[in-house]
Design a binder for this molecule. Structure first.
Ligand code: NG6
Ligand code: CA
Length: 513
């Protein structure tokens, strides 16, 4: 029987086995504000992350994985385009409002458009935060919302415009807000009040979590947000259900597309503020909501892995789990993240946090699994989210056209443990306040800030907030990460020649294209 099936060409397994270079599916899970030390396999003891740890045990865990920036929008811009966001001259790439214009020019090569070209079905699920439409504060959430993810390479998109703490608090599917009642149109503004509904500032008694002044706008689901919004009542999300919603959508996408190569970009909302876990994760850790939503994130990863198993495609899927920037404890909501943190180290002992150009702002968990292809182990080489473009080009046998993916390095050989290929030796790390630091070999150089004012926090933020003071670097700083990984001892005065060489190098990278 077997013989005759094989003779008929119906016995699929050997054909598949004989073709180990078959293009894998790519599942890229980008957590929001997950720190270098927030998961078990990176040293966390206070939060159990069995699914992420399992992925690491079955794959490759990088100890020098980097987000190219310490905030979401510039980091994800570089992830999508393979180009540092600060190179962009015309579009806005600082932390975007929910009604900010699209930061990527349609037609520009992106990770999804590259994979789409290779025949992949590409999907965005979850956080977007790269802008919508082409006018300033001009998005009409009641009509067709474009250009957006579909115009830069995604075949389908199920997403929120910006962050969970920003209006509008609705999901968009492809070009339309889901569940919108046309008789209850949505209005959004970050400049003025457009709603009669009470704000968090006026009715703190209605809130599940108290918030600072920036997050004290319209109240949705008992949480006050940044910005004002009216209408769209039926379309508003329930924070407690967000992880379930995106996990379910992801599983459905995987099942529906298992027969052909697919790319799933899953932007989780955890552990960004507001941290509102589903009831079944409340108390999962002793750290309060921040720890609990990391447990929820781990569950989400587990759901995706289970969906791959069920669909029978786990062996033929490259799964990457990483984060868009470093961690924050207090980030606008009084959710006891600081008070209950104990001795947990969100940044794993690195200096700084989200927003800053120190290592804690940019170095993030980075785990890759592709059974039988990505070699199992711990890797100390540098890898950056911006490298995924060139790496996926290589994975799908494509060449990047000249002038694209300037800051993307093909790391396929690093992932698969093959000799040869380029190794990343330097990286520009972008913090707020226009800070660009250069990581080069063992050195980390952070030039004195060009301006002595906090900037890049997005609309409504109070620049005198003490949390961001450290984004102003008052004098040139040089750290030797080999001997001083926590950036404690500034040796700039001791090594002036190194400082000038690194300054010149950084300037050269800035000018290069
Ligand atoms: C900041 C918000 C912060 C968070 C961040 C974006 C204030 C004071 N703070 O402007 O709460 O939303 O933007 O985070 O407004 S990120 O991960 O998407 O970059
Ligand atoms: Ca983020």
């Amino acid at each position: 029987m077997l013989l005759s099936l094989a003779a008929l060409g119906l016995f699929a397994a050997p054909v598949f086995a004989a073709n180990p270079t078959a293009r894998p599916n790519v599942v890229l899970i980008v957590a929001d504000d997950l720190g270098y030390g927030d998961v078990g396999c990176y040293g966390a003891r206070a939060i159990a992350t069995p699914h992420i740890d399992r992925l690491a045990a079955q794959g490759r865990r990088f100890t020098q994985g980097y987000a190219p920036a310490s905030t979401c929008t510039p980091s994800r811009y570089a992830l999508m385009t393979g180009e540092y966001a600060w190179r962009q001259q015309t579009k806005q790439t600082t932390i975007l409002d929910g009604d900010a214009p699209l930061s990527i020019t349609p037609g520009h090569l992106t990770l999804p458009s590259l994979l789409k070209q290779a025949g992949y079905t590409t999907a965005l699920i979850g956080k977007w935060h790269l802008g919508l439409g082409d006018g300033e504060h001009a998005v009409d959430f009641n009509g067709d919302i474009r250009p957006g993810p579909l115009e830069v390479g995604f075949d389908s998109a199920f997403f929120i415009p910006a962050t969970v703490d920003r209006v509008p608090t609705v999901f968009i599917e492809n070009h339309r807000v889901i569940g919108l009642d046309p008789t209850d149109p949505i209005r959004v503004s970050y400049q003025k009040r457009v709603s009669n509904e009470p704000t968090g500032a006026e009715r703190p008694d209605l809130l599940k979590q108290r918030a600072d002044a920036q997050h004290a706008g319209v109240i949705v689901n008992g949480i006050s947000r940044i910005g004002s919004m009216s209408g769209g009542k039926d379309a508003r999300w329930i924070d407690e259900d967000l992880a379930d919603v995106i996990a379910r959508r992801s599983a459905r996408f995987i099942e529906a597309h298992k027969a052909k190569p697919f790319f799933l970009y899953l932007g989780t909302f955890d552990p960004h503020v507001p941290r509102v876990p589903h009831a079944r994760f409340v108390g999962a850790t002793q750290l309060g909501p921040r720890g609990d939503v990391i447990a929820e994130l781990d569950w989400t990863v587990g759901e995706v892995l289970a969906a791959l198993d069920r669909a029978g495609v786990a062996d033929n899927t490259l799964v990457i789990v990483t984060s868009d920037n470093g961690p924050a404890l207090f980030d606008g909501y009084f959710d006891q993240a600081e008070e209950l943190n104990g001795d947990h180290r969100p940044a794993g002992g690195l200096r700084g946090w989200k927003y800053l150009a120190y290592e804690g702002g940019t170095r993030v968990p980075f785990i890759a699994r592709w059974p039988g292809h990505v070699s199992v182990g711990v890797d100390e080489r540098m890898i950056c989210l911006s490298d995924l473009l060139a790496t996926c080009a290589s994975l799908t046998g494509q060449k990047l056209p000249a002038g694209t993916g300037t800051d993307s390095l093909d790391q396929l050989r690093v992932l698969t443990g093959q000799p040869g290929g380029a190794i990343r030796t330097e990286l520009v790390e972008q913090g707020i306040s226009n800070t660009l630091a250069l990581r080069a070999g063992e050195w980390k150089f952070i030039p004195a800030s060009p301006q002595q004012q906090v900037s890049g926090m997005g609309s409504g933020a109070n620049p005198s907030d003490k949390r961001w003071g450290e984004s102003i670097v008052r004098e040139d700083a040089l750290y030797n990460l080999a001997t001083d990984p926590a950036e404690q001892v500034n040796v700039a005065a001791k090594y002036p020649a190194t400082v000038s060489a690194l300054r010149a190098r950084l300037e050269k990278i800035k000018r290069s294209r």
